[in-house]
Design a protein. Structure first.
Length: 119
């Protein structure tokens, strides 16, 4: 499964952005899609994930400001980010976890999209 992320950019403190990630390629199932981020000098961290059933999980820093959603028919996951803060500046990576046709588990990563929030 290949992932193509888009929607990053430069925004001012308090602004909004919407990230999109499209999964392509064949698999038995994609049971979870999500977003992670990595700021310079820091480890990659969870932002939000969503299962195929629509169950979500957010990092504490994302709660109340970010909303993850998913279109299963389009194999697309979205991240609506509101009230962005300078500390949200990072490269945002899309992730998908699922089962391949041979029943092996997989975890795929997108190429990352830069989000920069200016103060």
């Amino acid at each position: 499964v290949q992932l193509q992320a888009s929607g990053g950019g430069l925004v001012q403190d308090g602004g909004s952005l919407r990230l999109s990630c499209i999964a392509s390629g064949s698999s038995r199932s994609i049971y979870e899609m999500g977003w992670y981020r990595q700021a310079p000098g820091k480890q990659r961290e969870l932002v939000a994930v969503i299962t195929s059933a629509g169950n979500t999980d957010y990092a504490d820093s994302s709660k109340g400001r970010f909303t993850i959603s998913r279109d299963n028919a389009k194999n697309t996951v979205y991240l609506q980010m509101n009230n962005l803060k300078p500390e949200d500046t990072a490269v945002y990576y899309c992730n998908a976890r699922g089962l391949a046709w041979n029943w092996a588990s997989f975890a795929s990563w997108g190429q990352g999209t830069q989000v920069t929030v200016s103060s």
